[in-house]
Design a protein around this ligand. Sequence first.
Ligand code: ADP
Ligand code: MG
Length: 413
Amino acid sequence: MSFKTLLPGNPSVHSGQQTTLGVMGGGQLGRMFVQAAQAMGYFTVVLDPDPASPAGLVSHHHIKTAYDDEQGLAQLMQRCDAITTEFENVPAHALLTLAAQRPVAPSAACVAVAQDRVKEKAHFEHCAPISGVAPAPHAVITTDASLKAVPADLLPGILKTARMGYDGKGQVRVSTREELAAAWDDLDKVPCVLEKLLQLRAECSVIVARGADGQVVSFPVQKNTHHDGILALTEVFDGALDPTLAQRAQASTVAIANHLQYVGVLCVEYFVVQNADGALDLVVNEMAPRPHNSGHYTQNACHLSQFEAQVRALAGLPLPTPRQHSPAIMVNLLGDLWFAPNAVRAQASRTPVSPPWGAVLALPGTHLHLYGKLGARPGRKMGHLNITGASVAQVRETTAQVLALLGLPALGA
Ligand code: ADP
Ligand code: MG
């Protein structure tokens, strides 16, 4: 269905309630979308089977069915004026069903590209002449013959499942043909991509928001640090990245979004590598058809957050160029922190109940975002902290104190 402007606070043509925005998926990204939509006056509906999903807990309405449940989808359409998604593995046919009757952004076709590393890499290669940035050298492995045909110069490499990979899951590092064959066997011979293992000098990502009218705006470029395949830190300020590379990454992301006729918020991840001639270069890694963990700093450091941009793109509202008003560092809060030595313990019990938020929040410019998840587990994303300040030096100093309080590794130079 075509997009028209959906102003908040009007009676909805469909539900009789106020203008209502829906989201497929109830994770933390859905929760922050819902919170941004509600702040602007929209009603919200979440579809997620988990009764305790972070977004379901804060939405006006929560439909607790499977993502492809016909009745659940029918209810979502009946209640909502437009629908988005917060994760890329939502079944494409569910989005198609919804799109027959309501504006859906991003489209099923765009989500299908982001769901599948083979399609994603093909899209990046297709865009490379315009975007100026190519993906890592790679080969697609779907058959024994394609396994044998893998060029030797892709080793050592990383074998990645084409679908369902995230936070380093579904990936195996391999050095020899024997290891590659064994790893593919272990992955049940599902379709995979073997990527050459690159020497990364840095990692960065860019978030853009594109409206149905083709207007596209870019957020500043984020420098990302991963630990064990999971994003640990995002730093965004002048000097965090080479400005020429940052500009190229932004232009490339805009080209990738335009080429897909993308509507909504899109994040593209890049590697910074060093060429044989010593010059720094960019390699495009993967994309997410939604707001991204690396864009959370926008909530407190920009005058438009990535979630408000998602709301605006979906509702056909204007998309002004985002301006960053403070240098920022985002620290991911994984469940491990609940078990760290500094965690606050319940009285008369050894059970840790909380990281030392009191001490963290006593520092200036700390903004705590927790996702309402009960049951901290190592590696589970429980929340994030945005740190802002008057200068880069101040933000780095506060971050150093936060990291020490939480028992996390110190910032790099
Ligand atoms: P995920 O979907 O798990 O985020 P990625 O493809 O982004 O998958 O890989 C996770 C991390 O693994 C990257 O952020 C990077 O640190 C590392 N990585 C991935 N591919 C390569 C590569 N070809 N060379 C070197 N490091 C890589
Ligand atoms: Mg990634």
